[in-house]
Design a protein around this ligand. Sequence first.
Ligand SMILES: C[S@@+](CC[C@H](N)C(=O)[O-])C[C@H]1O[C@@H](n2cnc3c(N)ncnc32)[C@H](O)[C@@H]1O
Length: 281
Amino acid sequence: MLKKPYTKYDQLYVYSLDRGALPAFNDPDLIGIWIEDESPILFFHRPKDELVAELCRKTGAEIVYQADLNYQDWEAGVQITAFATKYLAVRPLWEDTVPVDSCCQQIVLDPSVIFGSGFHATTRLCLETLETLILESGERIRSVLDLGTGTGLLAIAAARLGVERVTALDNNPLAVSVAKRNVELNGCGQQVEVYGYDVQDGLPDMQYDLVITNLYKRLLLQLFKNQKFWQPRLHMVSGFIPGMEPDLLAALPTDRVRMVHRARREQWRLWLLQKKENGTD
Ligand SMILES: C[S@@+](CC[C@H](N)C(=O)[O-])C[C@H]1O[C@@H](n2cnc3c(N)ncnc32)[C@H](O)[C@@H]1O
């Protein structure tokens, strides 16, 4: 996350270690620590060879991968800048203006090094479907569960569009910190709660009108098998490409849910699923 004196991301210095449990340390150039398969990946604004070597000496860890890269390269070559959808205007923390008229709901975001800047096709598909669903479809959406929230953008968007209760979960501690910070930046802490949670450990309370899952195929298949997952009235599912659709379609409990909307952007897909009226809980 951005901390003073930093106001934007420029060059990233990344160190991936082979094991976890780092001692607490405070470094002014630290962006954050991402935990992947219980191993830490450290992101800094400046080179930190000595600090990381010292952490390795203390813990017995080794550096398995080290890279310096430009923020734009980290973000898949995309420049993170302000953008607008039909009802939302999103700007990164380092920009003052948004390219929209004032009727749009505004969101400010520190995307950090976490998925969910709004520039990936799946996030954009989810944002656009979310706003249409909430503002145009006539569906009453009072509560949303965002499973795998990343930066928290979709959860914040749901709150901005008027959803009263939003829960945002992620198993990456850095995503949780970034999403919490973004909720705070947007002043929507009354509506949005963010927790660290791994959905592979079981599902949380599922009493929501809409569940958003922009996740990877293996995890989606695991969720589809769980009856509890289908408790909510609506499911927005993304994170897959056409080649993955047959397996995902085959795993849908068609006695319980029907497809009500399908969307595409670049090679990515999104489905909106609705519980059948006679579908069981
Ligand atoms: C593709 S990103 C989507 C982020 C955001 N919802 C969006 O649409 O931009 C998937 C997110 O799910 C999180 N995630 C992956 N596996 C998870 C798990 N088992 N439990 C909870 N979150 C998980 C990742 O850390 C990541 O932030």
